[in-house]
Design a protein around this ligand. Sequence first.
Ligand code: 5GP
Length: 179
Amino acid sequence: MKIKIADLEFEQLITYEAIQSRVKQIARQLNKDYENKNPMLVGVLNGCFLFMADIVKQVTIPCEIAFTKLSSYQGGVSSTRRIRDDLDLTVNIEGRHIILIEDIVDTGNTLDYLVAKLKQRHPASIIVCAMLVKPDALEYELKELKHIAFEIENEFVVGYGLDYMEMGRNLKGVYKRII
Ligand code: 5GP
């Protein structure tokens, strides 16, 4: 089924059920890897909010949550490469085990910037869980990228937290642009 958001048309790429199944697998691994480590899950807003919520609901070990906000797409369908730092982390992460929760990694520019910035604050460790990665678009070597729910083609997607012109974030699944 096609859906329309503003001037663009989209069709479903990943169902809600498929996402939930991957979320459970990733959370199970986190429960194992971070037992007795009291990790801090740091969501990268805005796009992470549904993925973060679903992951957190499946994490059964003691953990804390925090958020930061960055933006690089700024309304369009491709990265501007200019990162806007909208909200800095307000908690002290020194000596903490950090699990960054990202919506989507495209060129990797945003994540590379964020990981470098957080490393300066001396966390004990830092890894990244990303809902989506576009391997063909990736321009950075991101050693911290440990968990990927889905790899997708180099295409524009919305839904499950991701927007086009600030719309479509409420869609349960992930939808790709029909060209
Ligand atoms: P990067 O810095 O890796 O090139 O881009 C990462 C950011 O661009 C993501 O956090 C997200 O905000 C945005 N982005 C990248 N690809 C897409 C996409 O296909 N759809 C949407 N809605 N945003 C995207």
